[in-house]
Design a protein around this ligand. Structure first.
Ligand code: PLP
Length: 350
């Protein structure tokens, strides 16, 4: 049965342009480091891909490092920063709602003797005053804060974090996991305020296992963790805003968990009285794919949802929550079918 896919925050459908670019990269099988014609053709493709990512990031092509995905970008950024900055300070600042590919490396750094101060993100807003307080107390090696949360779509204010670092006279480097925000919300010269930015292709219609790390001038001495070649990639832009089509859901008794700043393509909500698992089954029987949270946190969720707890949501809302996420391939008709199904699902309420 063909399904209606509303789980693009887990992974988005592959865009035809990305498939064509990948096929072309396979045809140009030369090694980009080889000096013969086959190598030079492959090099041209690699350079073009790098320039394309750099244009989207508003940075220099030489500041874009290709990686094997968002997880690798985050690991490279955090462990690299710890090596680069660990002699000056063993204090790291992050938040209590980061993706596991940031949270787990942070836990590993704690085992290695670092102190990680996690800012509260209650109600989807990082504790910016808390950041100021910590910076006033002690030197900080680096700060790592995501721009858009993968579970809730909340958007955190990276330019504001940069301003706070500058106002406090801190030389801490700033890393941003922008895997969910990239090309979904305006880039706003994110590269001007962050030293490192992690990206992933499969959230924006590219292939899985492809990512990038922006490495700005202040972080150019970042030590590499993996030694080897780069990867071919052509990233493509854009996810249209489908919130309009879902407006009628807002008056329907569903509980939306939307902080003021949030992604246009991700809706996090609760169906009061209907457990997430029931709702997922109900929708799945109609061929509709949504999720009860981020796929990456599925294992963690058995212990209760870390991010939603950090946001201060009551247990009853957490247990009934759903994440709907959209790609530019979702049509208005599909959204209408989804709306009807959600409203029917509310009737499951005890
Ligand atoms: N960071 C965030 C916020 C994510 O949502 C994800 C994937 O779900 C990742 C990092 C990991 O990216 P990848 O799947 O490319 O390793």
């Amino acid at each position: 049965m063909p399904y209606l896919y509303f789980d693009s925050a887990a992974t988005a459908p592959v865009r035809p342009g990305a498939l064509r670019a990948a096929a072309k990269a396979c045809e140009e099988y030369g090694n980009p480091s080889s000096l013969h014609a086959a190598g030079m053709n492959a090099r041209r493709l690699l350079d073009a891909g790098r320039a394309q990512v750099a244009r989207a990031l508003k940075c220099e092509p030489g500041e874009v490092l290709f990686t094997g995905g968002g997880t690798e970008s985050n690991n490279q950024a955090l462990f690299g920063l710890a090596k680069l900055r660990g002699k000056r300070s063993k204090v790291v600042i992050s938040t209590d709602s980061e993706h596991p590919s940031v949270e787990e490396p942070l836990k590993e750094l704690e085992r290695q003797g670092f102190t990680v101060r996690r800012l509260s993100t209650k109600n989807g807003v990082p504790d910016y005053d808390g950041l100021r307080r910590i910076l006033a107390e002690e030197p900080v090696a680096f700060v790592s804060v995501m721009r858009a949360n993968n579970e809730t779509g909340a958007v955190y204010d990276l330019p504001r974090i940069r301003r706070i670092l500058d106002e406090c006279g801190s030389d801490a480097l700033l890393h941003c996991d922008d895997v969910q925000g990239f090309l979904k919300i305006p880039q706003d010269r994110l590269s001007a305020c962050c030293d490192l930015i992690s990206l992933s292709a499969h959230k924006i219609g590219g292939l899985k296992g492809v990512g990038a790390l922006y490495v700005g001038k202040r972080a150019h001495l970042l030590p590499a963790l993996l030694l080897g070649g780069g990867q071919e990639n052509g990233l493509r832009s854009g996810t249209e805003n489908v919130e309009e089509a879902l407006r009628r859901l807002r008056d329907s008794g569903l509980h939306f968990h939307l902080p003021d700043a949030h992604l246009p393509n991700l809706l996090h909500l609760s169906i009061p009285g209907v457990q997430s698992a029931w709702a997922l089954n109900f929708l799945s029987e109609r061929g509709i794919c949504v999720s009860a949270g981020s796929a990456c946190s599925a294992r963690e969720r058995k212990k209760g949802n870390r991010v939603l707890k950090a946001y201060g949501l009551p247990d009853a809302e957490i247990e009934t929550s759903l994440r709907l996420s959209f790609s530019e391939q979702n049509t208005m008709e599909e959204c209408a079918v989804l709306c009807d199904a959600l409203l029917d699902c509310m009737k499951l309420r005890k």
